[in-house]
Ligand binder design. Structure first.
Ligand code: SAH
Ligand code: SF4
Ligand code: F3S
Length: 501
């Protein structure tokens, strides 16, 4: 079968126009075709799937939650660890069966694994028809057309500009209350263990007014919480384009002085650049009823300015995800994290000083190249210092092409990685429990998200500090409203209480 490698990008206006013309003729053809998307990996991937759904719904596609009913199956993939890729390959096997039953079914691989493996994917997984990297989603209608014509198609071009700023995502699996909003793409950090800079390309920030508009639209539709997403939100930076360049429209000198909803943007006035603290304030100004969360913060870049901004606005949640990876300075250096143990502790102290009630979570990797037992103990002692509310903990998984794969031996035996992980998980369970206990007898402001998983006699929602809170349904309140909940007891991961409004 022929393979078409598309190099259409949105970077040049001329090619963008060509895409628009082509899609007009595709649109009628696709009317009513059903699209199923399954997402793996981080929140950015889930958010991208909503952009994909939007691009294809403009082409006449309808989304379905049932893959056996679909005409197009997309799997939006993650490469972060080997087992993430394995999970995708297993799932693809199940789609093989669907394809045998339904000739003409299009199966596509999107996202980070698509970018990492490129056309190799088509050789390795025979059922796959189309492989599309994270910056090429505008080309999807064209690529599906190529597959409909009996060929296989690939577009894995990365872009320095694409942020999908103008696309309003179709919310998938939404509760109508919380939404993810991408504020930047890519990553320039080159942590030695990490595949993301290779799969997502260079870091670029999305135009701030398009972010504020998306959040304000969500608020007007009834959403009450947005999570601003980027691999390193603290390096968000938008420079006003020069007046003669395209993209300057709607960005007049004064346009940053007030938010679209008229909120106060003190401190932003006249700013030629918008940094993350400024952006937080712009989004927080939409309404005090809109909660603002964000992820992920980077220890090397998180500034006191951001911390003061969180402290200043009640609706910017007191919760920071600040991945430490390791508590040992030599390992952090090998990881190319560009901070050391003392720097990280300095940032934790700043959070505790400026936002005393702030919850902090982290990511930890065990068994990174050459990590000794003592160095592992430094991670444990860091956990004892911080008392994280929550942690995501992983065994190091070597990723092809990364700096670590090229420079260092993956020399810690699996059994050692696993036993260190076990120790860290046990430590974290202890700390999560202690942190939850500090909430006993206190009143939490909770945004009701819906019924609890276990019973429709209970509501669940999260506190400002991102703790899950469960409490009996009270018919005066419904999902999307805020309630004050008195915490009466805890399980290992949840606060339990009752409404005391
Ligand atoms: N941008 C975020 C992290 C994104 S990846 C940051 O800089 O913190 C999410 C987490 O996956 C990382 O924080 C790290 O803990 C883990 N991770 C990344 N690459 C990994 C690898 N090769 N092996 C194991 N864990 C990894
Ligand atoms: Fe990966 Fe580091 Fe970028 Fe996070 S900051 S995505 S860990 S390279
Ligand atoms: Fe995975 Fe890509 Fe996110 S590798 S963690 S889906 S950026």
């Amino acid at each position: 079968m022929d393979l078409v490698i598309s190099d259409k990008t949105h970077d040049e206006g001329r090619q963008g126009e060509a895409l628009v013309l082509e899609s007009a003729s595709q649109r009628t053809k696709n009317n009513g075709r059903k699209l199923y998307i399954e997402s793996y990996g981080c929140a950015m991937n889930f958010s991208d799937s909503e952009i994909v759904a939007s691009i294809l719904s403009d082409e006449g596609f309808e989304t379905t939650a049932d893959y056996t009913a679909a005409d197009v199956i997309f799997i939006n993939t993650c490469s972060i660890r080997e087992n993430a890729e394995q999970r995708v390959r297993n799932r693809l096997k199940e789609f093989t069966i669907a394809k045998v039953k339904k000739p003409g079914l299009v199966v596509g691989v999107l996202g980070c694994m698509a970018e990492r493996l490129k056309s190799k994917f088509l050789e390795e997984e025979k059922l796959v028809d189309v492989v599309v990297g994270p910056d090429a989603y505008r080309d999807l209608p064209n690529l599906i057309g190529i597959v409909d014509d009996g060929q296989k198609a690939v577009n894995v071009l990365l872009s320095r500009e694409e942020t999908y700023a103008d696309i309003s995502p179709v919310r998938l699996n939404s509760n109508g209350i919380n939404a993810f909003v991408s504020i930047m793409r890519g990553c320039d950090n080159m942590c030695s263990f990490c595949v993301v800079p290779f799969t997502r390309g260079r870091e670029r920030s999305r135009e701030p007014l398009s972010i504020v508009k998306e959040c304000a639209d969500l608020f007007n539709q009834g959403y009450r919480e947005v999570t601003l997403l980027g691999q390193n939100v603290d390096s968000y930076k938008w420079k006003q384009p020069h007046p003669t360049l395209p993209g300057r429209e709607g960005f007049e000198e004064d346009s940053l002085k007030v938010s679209p909803t008229g909120g106060d943007l003190e401190g932003v006035e006249g700013a030629a650049t918008v940094n993350f603290a400024n952006l937080l304030e712009m989004v927080a100004a939409i309404s005090p009823q809109l909660r603002v969360r964000f992820s992920t913060s980077h220890p090397k870049d998180i500034t006191d300015e951001v911390l003061y901004m969180i402290a200043k606005h009640e609706n910017i949640c007191n919760y920071i995800h600040l991945p430490v990876q390791s508590g040992n300075s030599r390992v952090l250096d090998l990881m190319n994290r560009t901070y050391d143990r003392d720097w990280y502790i300095n940032r934790i102290d700043a959070i505790r000083r400026i936002i005393p009630e702030c919850a902090i979570s982290t990511d930890v990797i065990t068994g990174f190249c050459s990590e000794t037992d003592e160095e592992h103990q430094d991670t444990i002692s860091m956990m004892d210092y911080v008392h994280y509310d929550f942690a995501y903990m992983f065994m190091y998984s070597e990723r092809p092409g990364t700096l670590a794969a090229k420079r260092y031996a993956d020399d810690i035996p699996d059994a050692v990685k696993r036993s260190r992980l076990k120790e860290i998980v046990a430590k974290q369970q202890e700390h999560s429990y202690i942190r939850l206990q500090t909430q006993l007898g206190k009143v939490q402001k909770v945004l009701i998200e819906g019924f609890s998983k276990k019973s429709d006699k209970d509501y669940c929602g999260r506190s400002d500090q991102n703790a899950m809170v469960v409490f009996p349904v009270n018919e005066n309140y419904k999902p999307g409203q805020y309630v004050n909940v008195m915490v009466e007891r805890t399980t290992t991961a949840t606060l339990i209480g009752k409404i005391i409004n």
